[in-house]
Design a protein around this ligand. Structure first.
Ligand code: PLP
Length: 480
């Protein structure tokens, strides 16, 4: 690694990316690439000799960029946002450039310590209870994704339960989630050995705004207890993926406590909004939870990847995940009892210095800047929601909580079975235009279009354009 070459080539990459951000709204937002199209363009094998970076960037610009789906386009409204930002990129450069691996405290002491401080900073911003802070006996860790974080909490919950059961007890353990919970819980439960038949998907309905009710969980748990099963783990979501629904954390916490279940609060998307006081009511009752997670890499101006996981009892997590190798025992700090070895808080050994990225984001924008970022998108979503409500052809399908609006073309008459097909057609027409990209979900058996506002460069005019695009396509689809 020659520092001068490093500086020169990095500058070329930054210029390349600056050009990309300048032009990103000129590409069709959703990729138009056909499966296998790149394989035809690339050689069959890696080059024998190295090539200059200029040529590689030129090929990336010519062959790769046009075939991407542009998550950073201001017209990207699909899934949930994946915020890139200047500070996020600067932080990511520091993370990649320093390239340390803080798997034990000794492996990179201040990288570990920065991570501990960042998790406390983030938790405080989100108004989490003290029990999730290092100072309150809990603590946090940065993972790459919610999926990894969830697997770790499921493993901790499993081992906590198995310590009171015989080993075959694993066959009795039951995990509860709603029909709106992320599928990551189902995958995680499978990975930690919970029988697939012991994963309960509890239905939600419009009556509870697609949130779980304590009553429905209690009902499911009682039925399992009557069959000799053991309730293990309950997932509560603040901002579900499909419709942005919110489960009642406090009420579910009481149910979880009563039946000895681990309660995890998944705030992957909406956790970012919890830094604003007006949304903090959604996390009330979190003192009854065992763990909470959120993804700064969604809506918090933090380039991928970054997921915060907090646990009330780090010992329960580390007793499930701790493993030692002689070469990891640093002779100089064997007597130290109170250091954090993050290898015991995650699946892998090696890990990235993500804390430095979060540090740069938090310092560069400050809490006030980050709140303004969230509120800007929420205001745009409110405008879009009102615009949908004002058009008699459209309807909002689920209550808007944050910056996601779920809407559809209304049925034209009672029992209109063609309405789903019309909405599918509308979504296809919008996406095929290249001028915006949205995805759908199905709720209450209805095909629903999701407009998830949150891309860093999205401004009000992009949301207005998206609305006019929807109207333009809807008019065509509805005309006889
Ligand atoms: N939970 C919720 C509510 C989500 O919206 C998502 C992704 O959109 C996830 C979990 C999965 O997150 P990850 O991709 O970090 O595993």
């Amino acid at each position: 690694l020659d520092p001068d070459t490093f500086a020169g080539e990095s500058r070329a990459v930054i210029d390349f990316l600056a050009g990309y951000y300048r032009d990103v709204d000129k590409y069709p937002v959703q990729s138009e690439a056909q499966p296998g199209s790149l394989r035809r363009l690339l050689p069959d094998a890696a080059p024998e000799n190295g090539e200059p970076v200029d040529g590689i960037l030129e090929d990336a610009g010519q062959h790769i960029l046009p075939g991407l789906t542009h998550f950073q386009s201001p017209n990207f409204f699909a899934y949930y946002p994946a915020n890139a930002s200047t500070a996020g990129f600067v932080g990511e450069m520091l993370c990649a450039g320093l390239n340390v691996a803080p798997f034990t405290w000794a492996a990179s002491p201040l990288a570990t310590e920065l991570e501990c401080v960042m998790l406390d900073w983030m938790g405080k911003l989100m108004c989490l209870p003290d029990r999730f802070f290092f100072s309150g006996g809990g603590g946090g860790v940065l993972h790459g994704s919610t999926c990894e974080a969830v697997i770790c909490t499921l493993a901790a919950a499993r081992d906590r339960a198995l310590s009171k059961l015989t080993h075959e007890g694993i066959l009795k353990l039951v995990v509860y989630a709603s029909d709106q919970s992320h599928t990551t819980f189902q995958k995680g439960a499978r990975i930690v050995g919970i029988p697939p038949s012991n994963f309960r998907i509890i239905p939600t309905s419009a009556a509870s705004s697609y949130g779980l009710t304590a009553e429905s969980v209690r009902h499911a748990v009682e039925a399992d207890l009557a069959s000799g099963l053991v309730p293990l783990y309950l997932c509560a979501t603040v901002g579900t993926t499909g419709v942005g629904a919110v489960d009642p954390v406090g009420e579910l916490g009481e149910v979880a406590r009563r039946y000895g279940m681990w309660l995890h609060v998944d705030a992957a998307y909406a956790g970012s909004a919890l830094i604003c006081p007006e949304f903090q009511g959604y996390i009330h009752g979190a003192e009854l939870a065992d763990s909470v997670s959120m993804n700064p890499h969604k809506w918090f101006l933090t380039n991928m990847d970054c997921c915060c996981l907090w646990v009330a009892s780090p010992a329960q997590l580390t007793s499930a995940l701790s493993i030692t190798s002689e070469y990891l025992n640093d002779v100089s700090c064997q007597e130290t009892v109170d250091v954090v070895d993050y290898k015991d808080w995650q699946i892998a050994l090696a890990r990235r210095f993500r804390a430095i990225k979060l540090w740069v984001v938090l310092r560069r924008y400050g809490a006030a800047g980050l709140r303004a970022h969230i509120r800007r998108h929420v205001e745009m979503a409110k405008w879009f929601e009102q615009a949908v409500k004002a058009d008699e052809r459209l309807e909002v399908v689920a209550p808007r909580r944050f910056s996601l609006v779920c809407f559809r073309l209304r049925p034209r008459y009672e029992g209109d079975h063609a309405v789903d097909a019309l909405n599918r057609k509308l979504l296809n027409a919008v996406n095929a235009s290249g001028r915006a990209f949205m995805v759908h979900t199905v709720v209450d058996n209805k095909f629903v279009i999701r407009l998830a506002i949150g891309a860093t460069m999205t401004q009000m005019r992009h949301v207005r354009n998206a609305f006019h695009l929807i109207l333009e396509k809807a008019t065509k689809i509805l005309s006889p």
